[in-house]
Write a protein that binds this ligand. Sequence first.
Ligand code: PGA
Length: 251
Amino acid sequence: MTKRTPIIAGNWKMHNTLAESAALVEALKKADNKNNAEIIVAPSFTSLAKVAELAKGSALQVSAQDIHWEDKGAFTSAVSPVQAKDAGATHTILGHSERRSVFGDTDEILNKKVAAALRHGLAIIFCVGETLAQREANETIAVIDTQLENGLKGYTAEQLKGLIIAYEPVWAIGTGKTATPAQAQEVHAAIRKFLAGKYGEDFAQATRILYGGSVKDTNVDEIMAQPDVDGALVGGQALIAEKFTRIINFN
Ligand code: PGA
């Protein structure tokens, strides 16, 4: 089995002024990293260039939280992949459930955003996850397979090389409710199975699948102990340097 380097990613969402972002990134630059994890921070666009500049030369990588699918144009308020890259992003999150549910990002739109990220060499953190109603109706795996199938449609394993998936059950995001380690493992294994069927076993074994949804310093260890959990996408606790540092240094 391939040994996968863990990824701990922090999604800062619509938080932090420039000064707060700078203070957080400076604190994280000093953080221990005993697992040699890849550490990624996703500040809001106003802080992206600043954070990327401060992170230069450190182990921190910087991600956009989203991108538009066009390189430029009349799209008031949107940020293009070219602009995100220019500001210093090496990654972009796509399909976060808040983008899907609040801003109407459909699988079709996400497929265009995947194209945009690939066109510009931005590594993709592609989020999938079911709502509580879908889980209770036993639709979890089917929903996620559809999100993967439609969102990534049209690309080969070669083109998608380096893809990162984040499993984020919608009912666990920002709610304090975490999937049990067994629930996370079950879905992560199903995602890896989907990837193996579609892109081959090598691709599936190399792909990092992160868990997200109320990951905390107090539950990260048991989640990371699952064989198919390769990292975490953290919201709330990613804003607190000590908490995020503990998450980076999971046991
Ligand atoms: P949370 O957010 O850790 O605050 O639940 C996770 C996410 O939305 O990525």
